[in-house]
Design a protein. Structure first.
Length: 182
């Protein structure tokens, strides 16, 4: 009988620790208004990197290194990917970034998700919403978002890792302005 109490105790302790980690992630997200970071993105084996700034809700500006002056910008409604030679504009709501850039959506979903601890370093949540499956990764030390996996609107598998995260900085009001077509 003592064996069953011991197993029950460890189950309760484990559930309590997991709830504590999830609460810390949610609390950290609630306090974050914006963040900038370096990123490495792998889309079907093609690796690109650069710098991004996110401002909640739903705004992002990314400059890609060594890539024809490629930028990605969302003003909260549209998403533009622009290079020297191309210009693509999408309704943000048709992309997985619509969900990833919506802090309140993430917080709501995290409350109802079970997390997986990976190698004691990463905390993973899987969010299913409509046709989107998004894996979010958080640091087990800082509770910051450190990456995501999803399938983009072209059905490409996309893995994004972020690092050198800085939060709640003063941002230029024009940063998320949609660039004009070439």
């Amino acid at each position: 009988m003592k064996k069953y109490y011991l197993i029950f105790f460890f189950f309760i302790l484990s559930s309590s620790l997991n709830a504590e980690v999830k609460d810390k992630i949610i609390k950290n997200l609630k306090k974050t208004n914006n963040l900038d970071f370096k990123f490495e993105q792998n889309i079907n084996g093609n690796i690109e990197n650069g710098n991004c700034t996110i401002e909640y809700p739903k705004k992002i500006f990314c400059e890609y290194a060594r890539s024809n002056n490629k930028i990605l910008v969302s003003n909260g409604k549209s998403l533009v990917i622009k290079t020297k030679t191309s210009y693509y504009r999408y309704p943000l709501e048709k992309t997985p970034l619509n969900l990833i850039l919506d802090k309140n959506f993430l917080i709501t979903k995290l409350y109802n998700q079970s997390e997986r601890i990976i190698d004691n370093d990463l905390i993973n949540f899987t969010i299913l919403e409509g046709d989107n499956k998004i894996n979010l990764f958080f640091s087990n030390q800082t509770y910051d978002l450190i990456g995501w996996q999803n399938t983009d609107i072209y059905q490409n598998f996309n893995i994004t890792f972020i690092s050198s995260i800085r939060k709640n900085r003063i941002l230029s009001k024009n940063l998320f302005k949609i660039p004009k077509q070439n």
